[in-house]
Design a protein around this ligand. Structure first.
Ligand code: SAH
Length: 195
């Protein structure tokens, strides 16, 4: 099981490396609109606790051992596969969104609407990547506290965030974003069977 924990921590490290350059540009960019609700702030805080802090306690101590569960090995390996897919999508999304990225809901002075690259297939690749991540986490960290709780918090965050984000994008980009929504799916491409 340790191997799956190692993969999880490697994933966290890779996400930090991918994000680091954009975090730097984000801090320096001038913002023209910021829409961060109190609920979102709380949920974001809780998400970092369930994605990093609790897994850290799980990996570094035996305090949570009583809540472990054991899955068949193939499920752990499936978790590895999902995590790799999540990281690939995460990386591609950062390469395409570039300096328009923000950890919250913000519009920058030089904001442009990105509809190319992976954004030509789905509007929310970073959230799609996070969906894969939270499922992978259940399979990789086989503990009721370190594994499934991330999914539990991600669901309300996702619903609130996407609603507020799309409203903001429509307020700022108007018909350009409405057209984009018509053509391109949210987290699943529109040409799929789920259309
Ligand atoms: N929902 C996207 C982006 C998440 S980052 C994804 O899942 O990949 C959130 C920031 O991205 C928001 O502050 C918003 O201003 C910006 N954003 C979202 N979609 C965008 C797009 N298509 N073009 C430019 N900026 C976008």
């Amino acid at each position: 099981m340790r191997i799956f924990e190692i993969v999880y921590w490697a994933g966290i490290f890779i996400e930090m490396v991918i994000r680091a350059p954009l975090r730097k540009t984000w801090k320096e960019s001038a913002k023209t609109d910021q829409r961060v609700s109190q609920t979102e702030k709380i949920l974001l805080g809780l998400l970092s606790i369930v994605m990093v802090i609790i897994p850290l306690i799980y990996s570094a101590t035996n305090w949570l051992e009583f809540a472990n569960y054991n899955l068949p090995a193939w499920m752990g390996w499936f978790g590895v596969f999902l995590l790799i897919c999540a990281l690939l999508i995460f990386m591609r999304a950062h390469m395409d969104l570039k300096s328009n990225w923000s950890p919250t809901l913000e519009i920058f002075e030089k904001h442009t609407l990105v509809t190319n690259g992976i954004y030509g297939y789905i509007r929310h690749p970073m959230y799609a990547s996070q969906w894969l991540w939270v499922i992978a986490q259940i399979l990789l960290l086989q503990n009721w506290f370190a594994g499934p709780i991330d999914l539990l918090f991600f669901i309300p965050f996702y619903i609130l965030r996407v609603q507020a984000e799309e409203k903001m994008m429509i307020d700022v980009f108007g018909d350009q974003y409405r057209e984009y929504m018509k053509k391109v799916g949210g987290v699943i491409p529109k040409w799929s069977i789920f259309r």
